[in-house]
Every structure is written in structure tokens, then in C-alpha cells.
Ligand binder design. Structure first.
Ligand SMILES: Cc1cc2nc3c(=O)[nH]c(=O)nc-3n(C[C@H](O)[C@H](O)[C@H](O)COP(=O)(O)OP(=O)(O)OC[C@H]3O[C@@H](n4cnc5c(N)ncnc54)[C@H](O)[C@@H]3O)c2cc1C
Length: 414
């Protein structure tokens, strides 16, 4: 059954034993489900949503992700969908919108793709429909988990009827986002800090192009900092721009929404009421959180259920996809190629370290650079700019896991 709007084939077999059950069919859970189904495992993903959410969330995909999209068989479609076509990444002083630094595409260094995460998830769901051994059930919330010696028993509740059913699996993966139920069942808590600002993610239609904006624009100012980036198009072929701005941490969500028109004008004077269409706006706190472990027994956490960071590094979703990609390889190695379960412990150690030691500090530095009081010399301190301006040798910190380097890794016969 092909999906047009994020629906998928749903099985009703409650006695079937799955190799892996994935809780959460956001981009990270769906990516893992596709990769495991592709490898031939019996997998199921469940999500409490009745249909896919359409919140203003991630949309940027760095070039280092392209290999992962290729593995899932969706890279060409991502390229077709991207509205970010060879545009630049600019760093501007908020007070006069002057470009301080500009990263244009050069041969061998493509720029990111811009595809809203809902569209990415839809592509993955379509892909999953190609595999008879991969199932997806929307409208099913996980309400209980019991880990037995061989099996894990997962109780699901149909959100519209409250009817319950149970399924059995060998491995369970929580990809159920920041408020993860699976993390709570595992008795694991996030650790970390909350940044002293709230952010809003607002999607607007406004002709930023007329003001010389293209691609992604970081607005640099200690108080009026943020980002303006093109994300997608509406049915009328108008460009939808994401505007992200910071607010004092003590502001309530209502106060943030009320203050939004004034804040918009601080980014660009002509961005005033009557001149733009506000499509969506979501205030949120910027947490730098991660769990001390992403594994307990045969249950694993990936994506936002395991870690969160501010969006100014543009790499949180990427980190979740790397969790999923490496975990799929490790689960296949254990289930199909007889690798010892210690491989999953080694995976866990590496993934916790990739977030804690690499992405968490890098994303904090990106956030601080956006608020730097001396915008004119930002290239000397912004970690992303420093890496890019170092030329072909310039490297972003590596947040992917090379599973072949894990001690217990075992590959299959080729
Ligand atoms: C406003 C905002 C802006 C962002 N901007 C960026 C950005 O620019 N760049 C970037 O990289 N990242 C950004 N992010 C982060 C990015 O959106 C997340 O990293 C991404 O959504 C993580 O995907 P996920 O699949 O781990 O979790 P989610 O997308 O949160 O998916 C979790 C799924 O689990 C389901 N679920 C939860 N509980 C249960 C349950 N008990 N039973 C069944 N299902 C359940 C939910 O319904 C949901 O569909 C942003 C986030 C927010 C909130």
C-alpha cells in the first residue's frame, strides 16, 4: 500500500514475535525501521499520532548526511524536494543586516539540503512500504513494557478507542522523542543544562529575496539573535522561510507570541504586520540534555529520546539519524551474523560520547557565537565558520559511528 500522506500498511497480528519493535515513527524511528526492514529483519514501528505532525521543526540536512539518505534509498528524492539549491549560508549583523561572512558552494563542498522533517519522514514511510517484513502502526500508544528473559512484551493502546493489545519483540528501541515513555520505563533521566533563552520557530511567507536574503542567514547580536532560512514552498509556489529568534528565558509562551511582531522588526524593519503571513509559530526551551546511557538490557534509546541541543548547529536530527544508522548495523550484526551482544554496549558507549563530547559542546559554541558581541570578527570564533573556512582540510566534528571499528563487530558474508 503506497502512502500519500504518511499512512502505512498496518498489521493486526498481536501474537507475532518481532526482531525489533521501534516506538516512535518520527524521522529517526522511521529511518531505523527502513534500514532494519531493508536488511530482512521483522520489524514494527508504532506511533501514538493518528497522522504525521506538521510542526515547524528540523529542515536542514548537512552534506555529511547524504550517504545516510543514499543508504535508505531516498537521496535523489531529497535533492528534488530541496528548496536550498546552491544558495549561500550568510552570517549577518542584525542591526543593519550586513553580511559579515558568506559561505558559497564550491566544488567538492556541496551546501546542505532544505527539506522539512515531515517530508523526510513521508519519504521514509513510502520506502518502508516496499518491505513486507516492515510494519508501521499509527494511532497506537505504548503504555507498558515488560522485559522478560528472552522477550520484551510491549502493551499498546489504540488512541481512539483505548483498546489494548500486546506484542512481543527481542529488542526494543525508544525513538519516542523528548518526552520519551520508553526512557521513563527504563528509569533513565536526561542530564544537562537549559540555555538562558527561549526560542521560537516561526514559518512565514515574506519576500526576503527582495532584501537580498537567500539560503540560510544567521543573525548575529547579543540580544536580537536568530536565523532566517528558506525551508520549502507552499501550493502557490511562495517560499516559506523559517525565522528563529531568542527571547528571555522567563517569557511565557503567550508573551513570546505577543512580542513576535516587535522581534520580527528588530531582525528586519520591513518584516511588519500586514506584510507577512505567519503560518506556524512554536516557542520552546533550548535544552542541552543527554541520557547517561542509551541502553539498558535489550532496550535502546535513539534520537531526541536520548539527547537534545539547540538548533544553531543544525545537527540534532543528524545525530539521531546517525544513532539509527549505526544501531541498525549493530542489530543486524548481532541477529544475523552472530556478533556478541557486547557490540550493543560498545555502540552505546560510542553514541553517548559522540553527543556528550562532540555535538553538545559544538552546538553550545554555535549558540554562543550567534550572540557574540563582536559580529565583525565572528569568523575567528564561530566553530562552523572556522571549519568551513579552513578549506578542503576543514572538518566539522564527527558525530557518526564507524561500527566496523567496534571490537565485537562482525559483518556478514559478502
Ligand atoms: C521547534 C523545533 C525546531 C527544531 N529545529 C531543528 C533544526 O533546525 N535542526 C535540527 O537538526 N533539529 C531541529 N529540531 C530538532 C528535531 O526536530 C528533532 O531532533 C527530531 O524531531 C528528532 O526526531 P525523533 O524521531 O527522535 O523524535 P520526534 O520527531 O519527536 O518523534 C517522536 C515520535 O514518537 C512518538 N511517541 C511519543 N511517545 C509515544 C508513545 N508512548 N507511544 C508511541 N509513540 C510515541 C511521537 O508521536 C512522535 O511521532 C527542532 C526541534 C523543535 C522542537
Amino acid at each position: 500500500m503506497k502512502s500519500a500522506n504518511g499512512t502505512c500498511r498496518t498489521g493486526g497480528d498481536t501474537t507475532k514475535r518481532y526482531d525489533v519493535c521501534i516506538v516512535g515513527a518520527g524521522p529517526v524511528g522511521t529511518y531505523l525501521t527502513v534500514m532494519l526492514a531493508h536488511a530482512g529483519l521483522n520489524v514494527i514501528a508504532v506511533d501514538s499520532l493518528v497522522k504525521l505532525a506538521d510542526e515547524p521543526r528540523a529542515f536542514t540536512h548537512m552534506p555529511f548526511m547524504f550517504k545516510e539518505f543514499e543508504k535508505a534509498g531516498i537521496l535523489e528524492q531529497m535533492r528534488e524536494l530541496s528548496k536550498f539549491r546552491g544558495d549561500a549560508i550568510s552570517y549577518r549583523r542584525t542591526k543593519d543586516q550586513q553580511v559579515i561572512e558568506r559561505l558559497a558552494p564550491i566544488p567538492n563542498r556541496p551546501l546542505p539540503l532544505a527539506v522539512p522533517q515531515r517530508n523526510l519522514t513521508e519519504l521514509l514511510i513510502d520506502k518502508l512500504n516496499e518491505f513486507p517484513n516492515g510494519e508501521l502502526r499509527f494511532g497506537h500508544r505504548v503504555v507498558n513494557v515488560e522485559q522478560k528473559s528472552d522477550d520484551i512484551s510491549v502493551t499498546l493502546e489504540v488512541v481512539q478507542t483505548n483498546e489494548t493489545s500486546t506484542l512481543q519483540c527481542k529488542y526494543l528501541v525508544g525513538a519516542d522523542g523528548a518526552k520519551s515513555t520508553i526512557r521513563k520505563f527504563m528509569g533513565i533521566r536526561y542530564e544537562g543544562t537549559t540555555l538562558p533563552f527561549k526560542l521560537i520557530a516561526a514559518d512565514v511567507v515574506f519576500p526576503f529575496e527582495k532584501y537580498g536574503f537567500n539560503g540560510a542567514n544567521f543573525m548575529l547580536d547579543p540580544e536580537n539573535f536568530g536565523m532566517i532560512a528558506l525551508t520549502s514552498e507552499n501550493e502557490r509556489k511562495e517560499t516559506i522561510w523559517r525565522v528563529s529568534i531568542g527571547f528571555p528565558i522567563e517569557s511565557s509562551d503567550d508573551e513570546i507570541v505577543k512580542a513576535l511582531p516587535d522581534k520580527f522588526q528588530r531582525l528586519l524593519e520591513d518584516l511588519k504586520p500586514g506584510q507577512y503571513t505567519l503560518l506556524k509559530a512554536q516557542p520552546y526551551e533550548a535544552h542541552q540534555f543527554c541520557t547517561p546511557t542509551m541502553k539498558k538490557g535489550r532496550t535502546m534509546l535513539i534520537g531526541d529520546s536520548a539527547h537534545l541541543c539547540n538548533p544553531y548547529s543544525g545537527q540534532l536530527l543528524a545525530c539521531g539519524i546517525f544513532d539509527a544508522s549505526s544501531l541498525s548495523q549493530c542489530l543486524v550484526s548481532v541477529i544475523q551474523h552472530g556478533a556478541p551482544e557486547s557490540l550493543l554496549d560498545e555502540w552505546n558507549e560510542d553514541r553517548v560520547s559522540k553527543f556528550k563530547d562532540v555535538l553538545d559542546p559544538f552546538s553550545k559554541e554555535c549558540f554562543a557565537a550567534t550572540r557574540d558581541p563582536d559580529a565583525d570578527t565572528i569568523a575567528e570564533r564561530h566553530p562552523f565558520l572556522k571549519a568551513m573556512k579552513a578549506g578542503p582540510k576543514g572538518q566539522l566534528p564527527t558525530i557518526h559511528t564507524d561500527v566496523t571499528k567496534l571490537k565485537s563487530w562482525r559483518s556478514g558474508p559478502n
